[in-house]
Design a protein around this ligand. Structure first.
Ligand SMILES: Cc1cc2nc3c(=O)[nH]c(=O)nc-3n(C[C@H](O)[C@H](O)[C@H](O)COP(=O)(O)OP(=O)(O)OC[C@H]3O[C@@H](n4cnc5c(N)ncnc54)[C@H](O)[C@@H]3O)c2cc1C
Length: 373
């Protein structure tokens, strides 16, 4: 079978690793000139670790990662709203960890980096029931049996097979960076303010991954220098947050972004199949981006191994649809919950929900892990 994988991020590299041993003829292309990774660090809930295990990669990832034990939600003042242990069922099926993005990508790209065709993308896709004919930016055309869109949330392949499918923006500006650990032994803590929120998540004995966000209707904060913006937005937060921010050097790399959501989670367009963020890119409220991407590719590879192409793709579509759609909706619901903080009554409702139900991400993870076979 001739397969084209478009995009060499988490989903594309992982799928290449799974399909290569099956004897398929695979091309993997990447638009960028180099294999880099954007985004400071990454948190991997237990289902992501289970999916990595299936790829034979959980050990090398664990060697580079930091395992955490509990999740805390707190007000921006530092007052605790809710805590939950990650060592109770069904959360204890695998560890919850975090690590530098580059480290995760180095594991996923080990031994395959040279197979990736850099500086390469598609200009056109035409398909019938027998094959997909693609045109590369070089003008070259080539036929495949299957094209896999693993080209991220702004997927151009998705937009070729599903016009008008650009992701929606939430008008929420965010910043990501790593910093010196502010308190020894700190566990992942999510501080919620009125229009903003800040997460501190340990990634090693000495370092934490920080993620801050603010509702930014008119793009005011996105237009400021990142260092200045985070000083301004989080100045009245509890001391672990301000310590992280104050420890940043002038030239600290801060990743600036806007939260977006894929509108329709439709995975299959005849012989073009969507995986990863191309299928379900959404806010990182449940930190499910990598986990869902790895689940997608394991599911697709399993079916391609066991069935002929048409059946395999249908089964993939059926198996992933509900889980992926639920995850996107739930992730967006948590962003709305944070948005309640804008008014006093909204804050009362938000805080009461968190106090009664526990940390919103843990509630979501329980469902996702309960439903895993
Ligand atoms: C602020 C933020 C924080 C996040 N935090 C977490 C977290 O803690 N945990 C987690 O699991 N997930 C997190 N995510 C989500 C996670 O980053 C993604 O879900 C994950 O990277 C998806 O992998 P992917 O391979 O589908 O897409 P990507 O990682 O985006 O990879 C797509 C690849 O395709 C390439 N490409 C793009 N267009 C083309 C093209 N036309 N042709 C060829 N190649 C192309 C890109 O250069 C890239 O290499 C976060 C996301 C955001 C925005």
């Amino acid at each position: 079978m001739r397969v084209l994988i478009v995009g060499a991020g988490v989903a594309g590299c992982a799928l290449y690793r799974r399909l290569k041993p099956l004897g398929f003829t695979i091309d993997i292309i990447e638009k960028s000139a180099t294999l880099s990774s954007e985004g400071a660090a990454i948190c991997l809930p237990a289902n992501a670790m289970l999916a990595l295990d299936k790829l034979g990669l959980s050990k090398p990832v664990l060697n580079l990662a930091y395992q955490v034990d509990q999740i805390e939600y707190a007000l921006s003042s530092g007052k605790t709203l809710a805590r939950a242990s990650l060592h109770t069922a069904p959360l204890n099926k695998a560890p919850f960890v975090a690590l530098k993005r580059d480290d995760l990508m180095s594991v996923l790209r080990k031994d395959i980096a040279e197979d990736v065709q850099l500086n390469t993308w598609l200009e056109d896709i035409k398909q019938d029931n027998n094959e997909v004919l693609v045109t590369f930016q070089s003008g070259e055309t080539k036929a495949y049996d299957l094209v896999v869109a693993a080209d991220g949330i702004n997927s151009s392949v998705r937009q070729m097979v599903q016009p008008h499918s650009a992701p929606l923006t939430h008008k929420v500006t965010n910043w990501r960076f790593t910093a010196k650990k502010p308190v020894a032994g700190i566990q992942p803590t999510y501080y919620v303010g009125n229009e903003s929120a800040f997460m501190i998540y340990p990634i090693s004995e000495d370092e934490v991954y920080c993620y801050g966000q603010i509702m930014d209707e008119d793009g005011k904060f996105a237009s400021l220098a990142s260092n200045k913006a985070i000083q301004e937005v989080f100045s009245d937060y509890a001391s672990p947050v301000t310590e992280c921010i104050n420890s940043l050097s002038e030239d600290q790399h801060i990743v600036l972004g806007q939260l977006k959501t894929v509108q329709h989670t439709e995975p299959l367009f005849n012989r073009v199949v969507l995986v990863g963020d191309a299928l379900h890119g959404c806010p990182p409220s449940l930190q499910q981006g990598a986990g869902m991407s790895l689940e997608d590719i394991n599911c697709l590879a399993d079916f391609l191994e066991q069935h002929e192409l048409h059946d395999a793709l249908k089964q993939y579509q059926q198996k992933r649809a509900d889980r992926v759609t639920w995850t996107v909706k739930e992730s967006n619901k948590i962003i709305k919950l944070a948005g309640l903080g804008r008014s006093p009554i909204g804050r009362f409702i938000r805080n009461t929900i968190i106090r009664l139900k526990g940390p919103a991400n843990v509630v979501g993870w329980r469902k996702l892990l309960t439903e895993m076979d």
